[in-house]
Design a protein around this ligand. Structure first.
Ligand code: DAH
Length: 355
C-alpha cells in the first residue's frame, strides 16, 4: 500500500472518532502543518522520477482535498452539536412562577448616623472613629477625670480586667484624645459610634450610640458652639426655627459646661420640635478644659475650642417617633421592616446621597 493511501485510511478513521474542536486542530497540524504528513509527501515529490510524478501528484491532491473536506464537515458538525446542547441545557421555562424579591432595610440608628455625618460634613467637620475597647487613660484620665473622681462611678463602667486598665468606652469623648494626640491643630471632627454603660430600662441600654464633636482652633468661642448646634438641630429636624436653651452643667473635660435642651410640644401624641413650652435634654457640651489640651500636647494659651456629645438613639427616637429604646437592639425583623429605611428612598435631610 502506498504511503498516501496509508495516511488517508489512518486519518479517515481518526476523523470518524473525533468529537471536539481541539482534536480537529491537532489533526490539521499533523497533516498540513510544517512537518505534517501530507506536507511531507508533497516535499518528497521533488525526488520522484518525472514519469511517476504526475500520477502521484494527482493522488496526493485528491487525498488532500478529501481530507480537507472531511475536516470542514466535521467542524460544522461539532459546532452544530454544541449549539444544540446549549439550547437544550439553557432552556427558559416561562411558565415558572417568579422568585420573590426582598430588599433589606437600613436600621434607624445607621440612618441617623448617616444623616448626622452628612449635616456636619457640610460645615467642615471630618468623621473620625475610635475603638469600642478603650484604655482608662483615653476614656478618663486624659479627659481630666483622674482616678477616684466621682464622675468615674457615674459612668457605670464595664471594666475588662482586674486592674481596671481596659474598658468598654463609656462615651465617644476618648476619640477627642486619640485625634488630638495623632495630629496637629486645628481640629474639626465628629466621631459617631457605640458606647457602653451598665444600665438597662426603657430609656437606657447597656450599649447605645453617641456622636462626639470637637472644634479646636485659635479663636473659637462659645458663640461658635451655639451657632454650630443651632444649625445642626434645625437641619436634623428639618425645621426653620428651634427653641434651644443652654443649662449650666458640669463635665470634667469642659469649662464652662452646659447641657442643651430643645423646646417641643405634644400634638395628638406627636412630638413637635421647635414649638411649645416643654424642654427635652439632648446633649452635653462646653469649652474644652485647658487640662485636656495639655494632656494631648496642644498649647491652651494658643488654641481653644468647644466639644459636644449627643445621644444618637434619643435623636432617632424623637425624629422617627420610636418610643422604646430597647427595640433598637432586639433585632426583630418585623420591627425593622416597619421603622427601617429603604436603601433607595433618600430623605431630604440625608444630603450626602441626594446631591
Ligand atoms: N461625654 C459626655 C457623656 O457621655 C457627653 C459630653 C459632654 C461630651 C460635654 C462632650 C462634652 O464632648 O463637651 O455624658
Amino acid at each position: 500500500m502506498s504511503d498516501i493511501i496509508k495516511i488517508k485510511e489512518e486519518y479517515l478513521n481518526k476523523l470518524q472518532e473525533i468529537s471536539e474542536l481541539k482534536d480537529i486542530n491537532q489533526i490539521k497540524s499533523e497533516l498540513f502543518g510544517k512537518n505534517g504528513k501530507i506536507s511531507n509527501e508533497f516535499k518528497k515529490m521533488g525526488s520522484l522520477p518525472s514519469e511517476d510524478r504526475k500520477k502521484v501528484s494527482l493522488d496526493l491532491n485528491a487525498t488532500k482535498n478529501e481530507l480537507q473536506n472531511l475536516i470542514e464537515k466535521k467542524i460544522k458538525d461539532i459546532e452544530i452539536n454544541e449549539i444544540n446542547l446549549k439550547l437544550k441545557n439553557e432552556k427558559v421555562d416561562v411558565t415558572l412562577p417568579e422568585r420573590t424579591f426582598s430588599r433589606g432595610k437600613i436600621h434607624p440608628v445607621s440612618q441617623v448616623i448617616d444623616e448626622i455625618s452628612s449635616i456636619f460634613s457640610e460645615i467642615g467637620f471630618n468623621v473620625e472613629e475610635g475603638p469600642d475597647v478603650e484604655n482608662e487613660y483615653n476614656n478618663f484620665t486624659a479627659l481630666n477625670t483622674p482616678e477616684n473622681h466621682p464622675a468615674r462611678d457615674m459612668h457605670d463602667t464595664f471594666y475588662l480586667d482586674k486592674n481596671k486598665k481596659f474598658l468598654l468606652r463609656t462615651h465617644t469623648s476618648p476619640v477627642q484624645v486619640r485625634t488630638m494626640l495623632q495630629g496637629k491643630p486645628p481640629f474639626k471632627i465628629i466621631a459617631p459610634g457605640r458606647t457602653y454603660r451598665s444600665d438597662s430600662d426603657q430609656t437606657h441600654a447597656p450599649m447605645f450610640h453617641q456622636v462626639e464633636g470637637l472644634h479646636i482652633d485659635k479663636n473659637i468661642n462659645m458663640g461658635h458652639l451655639k451657632g454650630c448646634l443651632n444649625y445642626f438641630i434645625k437641619e436634623f429636624f428639618e425645621v426653620e426655627k428651634i427653641k434651644m436653651r443652654f443649662r449650666p452643667s458640669h463635665f470634667p473635660f469642659t469649662e464652662p459646661s452646659a447641657e442643651v435642651d430643645i423646646g417641643y410640644e405634644l400634638k395628638n401624641g406627636k412630638i413637635i420640635i421647635g414649638e411649645g413650652d416643654k424642654w427635652l435634654e439632648i446633649l452635653g457640651c462646653g469649652m474644652v478644659h485647658p487640662n485636656v489640651l495639655k494632656n494631648v500636647k496642644v498649647d491652651p494659651t494658643k488654641y481653644q475650642g468647644y466639644a459636644f456629645g449627643i445621644g444618637i438613639d434619643r435623636l432617632a427616637m424623637l425624629k422617627y417617633g420610636i418610643n422604646d429604646l430597647r427595640a433598637f437592639f432586639e433585632t426583630d425583623y418585623r420591627w425593622l421592616s416597619h421603622f427601617g429605611f429603604d436603601p433607595l428612598d433618600v430623605p431630604s435631610s440625608y444630603r450626602g446621597l441626594s446631591r
